[in-house]
Ligand binder design. Structure first.
Ligand SMILES: C[C@H](CCC(=O)NCCS(=O)(=O)O)[C@H]1CC[C@H]2[C@@H]3[C@H](O)C[C@@H]4C[C@H](O)CC[C@]4(C)[C@H]3C[C@H](O)[C@]12C
Length: 324
């Protein structure tokens, strides 16, 4: 499972958990403005916006899972298995392979509004990157400080939805996820009152009974409700440290611990990494399953006018700060 969310304080933040039973070997990758990026159908783009994000770098090519560009636009791909369906090539449109969808949008669009225009002109195809890396069945969240959308390519076409919840998980399709939120409309961070019946003496028997009824399981629909509630009720100072810390707590509400989610005999999904990108400042923060200490890569500390992909392996060692 995976979960993505956005957060606004002084700056705009966007990130995700990457939950899976194995890693593809990902690293933080920066594509500078003059890296000649090869698109399968459109050819090479020599100059474009710089981007930073998590990617599997295959033969020097960044296959992004989630990223943001220097203009503050962010995007993430999450599993959408069984529902994702890609189109055949359409010569009337701009064809884009699913594996290059994130760089296609982020190298050219400064805002969600730009992305919406691009989406009208494009056709998402299922051509694989290679025999070893077959087509991934995904859906995507795209966001900036002014808006958030979800893109789902299905058998009946490409759907683009406004996303007022600012979150995305996995199946079912986004409209059903939003519909299921109706079930939680009476959740509140406040202490509950007895609305059940005045014939029963129901009381709050403890402090901290806010959010009573929020689902705690790891299903995609429950994670959607949980992270939406956490995000929409979130309060923090607007400093960088407070915002980043709060963001990791929002996604901490859907953290997956090894052993709790068995996807095949003896195979468990875990939160391999959690990211939080300050898209305003181009700083990509992350934690990993073994290293919960926040690590950061600042795109502006690299040469953004360069021509080569710059990548940083994730720091995976458990860091403990001893006090004595
Ligand atoms: C497995 C990842 C999604 C995790 C997720 O959503 N888990 C939920 C599990 S469940 O269904 O709900 O059980 C996805 C997210 C981004 C994907 C990668 C990116 O799309 C980049 C390339 C794309 C290539 O086509 C395949 C390899 C790949 C490197 C992808 C491998 C894999 O499909 C990734 C890593």
């Amino acid at each position: 499972m995976c979960t993505a969310a956005t957060y606004q304080t002084k700056d705009f933040y966007m990130g995700r958990t990457l939950d899976y039973e194995f890693s593809y070997g990902e690293q933080i990758a920066i594509i500078p403005r003059n890296y000649p990026i090869k698109f399968h159908y459109a050819g090479t783009m020599e100059h474009h916006y710089a981007c930073i994000g998590m990617a599997h770098v295959a033969n020097g090519y960044p296959l992004y899972y989630d990223a943001a560009n220097e203009k503050g636009l962010g995007m993430a791909g999450l599993n959408f298995v069984g529902n994702a369906a890609y189109a055949d090539v359409d010569n009337e449109k701009e064809n884009v392979a699913q594996y290059e969808f994130i760089p296609w949008i982020l190298t050219q669009c400064a805002t969600v509004e730009d992305a919406k225009k691009k989406l009208k002109e494009m056709n998402l195809t299922g051509i694989p990157f290679s025999a070893q890396l077959p087509t991934a069945q995904l859906h995507w969240i795209i966001a900036d400080k002014d808006g958030c959308i979800v893109v789902e390519s299905m058998a009946d076409g490409l759907h683009v939805y406004d996303n007022p919840a600012g979150v995305l998980t996995n199946n079912p399709p986004f409209p059903q996820q939003m519909f299921l939120m109706n079930q939680y409309m009476n959740l509140s961070p406040k202490q509950p009152e007895n609305l059940f019946s005045d014939k029963l003496p129901l009381t709050t028997y403890s402090r901290g009974m806010g959010a009573l009824g929020l689902p705690g399981d790891l299903s995609s629909t429950s994670r959607f409700a949980r992270v939406a509630f956490t995000r929409l009720n979130s309060r923090s100072e607007d400093t960088e440290k407070a915002s980043v810390s709060q963001f990791f707590h929002i996604l901490g509400s859907v953290d997956q611990q090894r052993g709790c989610c068995e996807v095949a005999e003896g195979k468990y999904e875990i939160t391999i990494y959690t990211s939080c990108c300050n898209t305003t400042k181009g700083i990509y923060y992350y934690t990993t399953y073994e290293n919960p200490q926040i690590t950061a890569v600042n795109m502006h500390a690299t040469d953004l006018n360069g021509t080569e992909v710059v990548s940083y392996p994730m720091l995976q060692d458990t860091e403990i700060r001893y006090q004595n």
